[in-house]
Design a protein around this ligand. Structure first.
Ligand code: MG
Length: 386
């Protein structure tokens, strides 16, 4: 069997690194042709030396020059930079599958370029579907390419759906660990430091998604992501807090059957399934010690305490450009929180204000979506304390 030819967008992030770990372990099955990063050039240089892709892309020209100097005479990998470089990476001829694992809104245009070029997409960048889900899914259908979820919850739903009729699905249960503040009183959340918010109880991830997990915005973005991936209404997606993170999500069918996908939290499982389904790669991961765990517990999310989740559900219900506004304002708010400019509880209020000031456009094209994104960024910036 010819190895699957991969482009990994965002190779230095946690999904990117785990994808490369899988690709290296099953080296005969995968060939890494393209790597891209933003500015972590030391790690990218190490990855290039190991995988020798045809080319690699960074954001800035200066970083590209530094990287070229580091690699001169050692590998034949070409170095590109800038937005055009990412688009070229996404649409490179020899590639079969693009792993979309860039952070935030920056992933949208490269992911669309990959779909337009007829590549299957292993999608970790949920912001792509939050911002432009209707457009992205329609384009994928038109081009006959598969969008394979890498997000653990969506991979779980995808796996529960295998072998079942889509028409028999009644609803899905999207599980959430609840983050580090699940049991902390709402009144104490204003004083939370970035360090505390970055300590996720069950998953090791990058800083943006870890803060999103602490506010439950991550779950809100995942509700919108699930609506698009599986063609569901907001009413068909129920969020349930499950602190043990053993059940990664569930699907309920019309006969009252609920199927759950379980495992210990490890990103490689969902990544490997996206790369190889319907076949499974023997990863040798530990199984849950059910007797040791004892109980799997569930509770409803507190939508008042975690207003970000309520805002995302509202944006998902309204649709149009509102989810792009939610996403953009969230990116600004999370960055401001990490810089110590706003408190943890202000993340939600900043997003709410940006959404209130905005009149959403229905059935937007890519232009309207990008305009909504930049307008919301400016609005959110203006709302930050000087
Ligand atoms: Mg997830």
């Amino acid at each position: 069997m010819k190895p699957l030819q991969l482009a990994i967008l965002g190779s230095t992030g946690s999904i990117g690194q785990n994808t490369l770990a899988v690709a290296q372990r099953f080296a005969g099955r995968f060939s890494v042709r393209v790597l891209t990063a933003r500015n972590n050039i030391d790690l990218l240089a190490a990855q290039i030396k190991r995988f020798e892709p045809d080319f690699a892309v960074v954001y800035g020209q200066k970083d590209a020059n530094t990287l070229e100097n580091q690699l001169r005479g050692r590998v034949s990998t070409k170095i590109l930079y800038g937005k055009d470089g990412y688009l070229e990476a996404a649409s490179y001829g020899p590639v079969d599958m693009v792993v979309s694992a860039m952070v935030g809104a920056a992933g949208l245009l490269p992911t669309l370029a990959a779909i337009e070029a007829g590549k299957d997409v292993a999608l970790a960048n949920k912001e792509t579907l939050v911002m432009a889900g209707d457009l992205v899914m329609a384009k994928a259908r038109a081009r006959g390419v598969r969008i394979l979820p890498v997000d653990s919850e969506h991979s779980a739903i995808f796996q529960c759906l295998a072998g079942n009729r889509r028409a028999d699905v009644e609803k899905i249960f999207l599980t959430a660990s609840g983050g580090p503040f699940c049991n902390r009183p709402a009144a104490e959340l204003s004083g939370v430091s970035p360090g505390e918010a970055l300590a996720h109880p069950t998953w090791q991830m990058g800083s943006k998604i870890t803060i999103d997990s602490a506010t439950l915005m991550n779950k809100g973005l995942e509700v919108i992501e699930a609506m698009h991936l599986f063609d569901l209404s907001t009413d068909q997606v129920e969020v349930v807090i499950h602190p043990q993170s053993i059940i990664h999500s569930m699907v309920a069918f019309c006969d009252g059957t609920v199927m759950a996908q379980m495992g210990l939290p490890d990103m490689q499982a969902a990544i490997a399934y996206a790369l190889s389904c319907p076949e499974r790669l023997c990863l040798g991961l530990s199984l849950p010690d059910f007797a040791g765990i004892g109980q799997l517990t569930f509770q409803a999310p507190d939508l008042e305490k975690f207003a970000c989740l309520a805002l995302a559900i509202k944006a998902g219900k309204t649709g149009g450009t509102l989810p792009a506004v939610l996403n953009a304002a969230n990116e600004i708010a999370v960055a401001a929180f990490l810089e110590g400019r706003i408190g943890f509880d202000h993340i939600a209020s900043l997003i709410a204000s940006a959404m209130e000031e905005y009149r959403p456009v229905a059935d937007p094209g890519i232009r309207a979506i990008l305009e909504a994104d930049s307008l919301a960024r400016r609005t959110a910036q203006d709302l930050l304390p000087a």
